[in-house]
Each structure stands twice: as structure tokens, then as C-alpha cells.
Design a binder for this molecule. Sequence first.
Ligand code: CDP
Ligand code: CDP
Length: 223
Amino acid sequence: MIIVIDGPAGAGKSTTAKEVARRTESDYVDSGAVYRGFTYLFMINDFDKSRLTEALKNHDLHFDFHIDNVRVTHGDKDITQTIRSAEINNRVSEVAAMPEVRDEVRRILREISGDRKRGVVLEGRDLGTVVFPDADYKFFLTAAPEARARRRFDEQTRAGADTSLEQVRENVEKRDRIDSTRDIDPLKKADDAVEIDSTYLTFEEQVARITDFVRSMRTENNS
Ligand code: CDP
Ligand code: CDP
């Protein structure tokens, strides 16, 4: 069983996908972490696109996904924290707009997901439209931009980051703009995805919307 959850930054995809994976006894994959890993590769190549293209051919990035532990390494260096830095936040959408990066990430995501004995819940931007067009369940999670920026800001300040609501809002808006207007695989709801606006939902309510839907469809299909 493949469940995909797409949507813009701060919509609640990661936290929701992890909880849905727990409740459906599935594995969890964060496709944004893979794009962030390649942005790290871009960073150590001095943000030079032709060097990144070269580095892609023989990269040493590894992604290990568990619900409670996502680990990203480059060679023997653990870059799990680094890929969440402001610098990576600011450059990731640029890297994610490169066709050769998207080809490699799509390959990695399909390989990771094809390898599993259990179901898998993945979250991202183009999973329902491009990477897994035949996914069993597709959801598109949204929330008003103001709510998304506020959630991200609260989350980052809780983690001790020195940032302002304005800075976070600018980053979220910039990524939304690049992600939804790029030529290839833009952020877009799949025609057959269920849209959930979480602006006024509690976390528990938005998780329940997804798990209840999956449960009811499975019951219907089995009867
Ligand atoms: O957690 P947040 O929503 O802030 O971002 P993320 O899921 O870590 O994704 C980081 C960036 O990777 C996004 O802003 C997109 O540019 C890119 N991305 C993508 O293009 N396609 C995906 N399936 C997942 C992420
Ligand atoms: O992965 P994405 O960027 O879509 O969002 P996330 O990292 O799952 O959620 C961003 C923050 O919003 C987290 O701290 C969530 O706990 C919080 N959140 C919320 O405050 N209210 C909701 N209804 C959903 C998520």
C-alpha cells in the first residue's frame, strides 16, 4: 500500500505522514529530505550548477528513513541537521527545479519504496502527480500561508533557532512560488487526490481525516 501526501511548506505533511504511518503500521519516507541532501551537495560544490551535475553521477548520499529517525549521510558525514539549516532552506527549491536532480530523486524514491515489506507513507510535492501516479491513496494537504508561516516559526523557535516570523514567511512564500511555477513537476494537486485544508483543523483532526478515509476505502474494497 502506497499513501502519498503532497502540499506546500508548513501544511503539516511531515508530522501527519509520520502519525499516519504509525497508525497504519507503514514505513515513512520524507522526499523533501532527499532534495535537501542534494542541496547539501550543491553547497559543498560552491553552488555551481555544472559541478553539481557532475557530482550527481557518482554521489555518496544515503537516506535512511524511520518514523522516529530520519538519517541523511554524505560519505561518513552525518548531515541530518545540516540539511535543515537556513542556507539549505534558501537554496533547496532552486536545486529541486533542476531536471537531472529530479530524475535522480525519483529513482531513489521508487527504489526505497519498492524495497519495503510493509506499506509506505511518503510526503512531498509531486508524489501523486509524477513519482507515484498509481498510489493507492493520495492526499493534498494545504493551509492558509499565514498559518503555515506561523507554524514553521513556532516550530523553529521551539528548536532554539534565531529567526523572525517575517523571515520564515518570506522563505515559505518564496519556496511556494518557485515550487508551484517551475516547468517540471510543479507542486500541484493530483486530479484524484483528496484535498484537506488544515487551517482550522487540529493535528489530531487532520490525521483522523486521512486514516478514516483509508480505513473506509479498505473496508469498502474488501466487502
Ligand atoms: O518540510 P517543508 O515542507 O518545508 O519542505 P520539504 O518537504 O523538506 O521540501 C523542501 C523542498 O524540496 C521543497 O520546497 C521543494 O522545493 C522540494 N521538493 C520537491 O520539489 N518535490 C518533492 N517531492 C519534495 C520536496
Ligand atoms: O512537512 P510540512 O512542512 O508540511 O509541515 P510539518 O513540518 O509537518 O508541520 C509544521 C508544524 O505545524 C509542525 O510543528 C506541526 O506540529 C504544526 N501543525 C500545527 O500546528 N497544526 C496543524 N493542524 C498541523 C501541524
